[in-house]
Design a protein around this ligand. Structure first.
Ligand SMILES: Cc1cc2nc3c(=O)[nH]c(=O)nc-3n(C[C@H](O)[C@H](O)[C@H](O)COP(=O)(O)O)c2cc1C
Length: 182
């Protein structure tokens, strides 16, 4: 199977900055394919739904994660924490058996604010560690003032420093996928 990285965006907003950042990753390497893993159609997590039969959106979300070699989550920060839609998606990924268990996962976040989603990333990492996910250690990509780093008409990342930072992170993530396979 072709090497594939799944991309999850923690924002449902149409012109999401985080989605633009995630899209830019997909254009940075040839050795991997990228696949969007949508969280838009997931219902609110409810244990009752597990016994009555989960919806197609949940099944395809879980199998998309299962099929990829690693997942990169690109997420905003809401109220100094993890966006509810992303936490909801991670809860669906975790039950009844975690499809993220031992899966390599990378974390990136962008905000027009000054702290680059640092607080949200701490929470996301905490949740992933509870799920025994192999989160890329040590490296962080905290993109602040993101509105100044993209072309908002073309919806593309233009800031060269951020591009280099993302390229470096992506290479480290690919190495992490290889490292966790052995
Ligand atoms: C409910 C809500 C809470 C927010 N809280 C934070 C926050 O704690 N820290 C921050 O940097 N930005 C915060 N923001 C601003 C977001 O970073 C901004 O809306 C950003 O564009 C969202 O990401 P997106 O463009 O990918 O949708 C908040 C936005 C919303 C809607």
């Amino acid at each position: 199977m072709t090497n594939t990285i799944g991309l999850i965006c923690g924002s449902l907003r149409r012109n999401s900055y985080n989605r633009i950042i995630a899209q830019s990753l997909a254009e940075m390497v040839d050795a991997y394919q990228f696949r969007w893993i949508d969280i838009n159609d997931l219902p609110l997590f409810n244990e009752d739904l597990e016994s009555s039969g989960v919806q197609e959106a949940v099944t395809s979300f879980r199998s998309a994660i299962h099929d990829v070699d690693g997942v990169i989550i690109v997420s905003p920060e809401y109220d100094s924490g993890i966006p509810g839609v992303l936490k909801n998606a991670l809860d669906w990924a975790s039950r009844p058996r975690s499809v993220l268990n031992r899966k390599p996962v990378g974390l990136i976040g962008a905000t027009p604010g000054g702290l680059g989603t640092a607080l949200a990333q701490l929470q996301i990492r905490q949740v992933l560690e509870a799920m025994e996910v192999r989160v890329l250690p040590f490296q962080k990509v905290l993109i602040s003032q993101v509105h100044k780093k993209i072309d908002s008409d073309q919806f593309v990342l233009t800031d060269e420093h951020t591009k280099h930072q993302l390229e470096r992170y992506l290479q480290q993530f690919i190495d992490w996928i290889d490292h966790t396979k052995v």
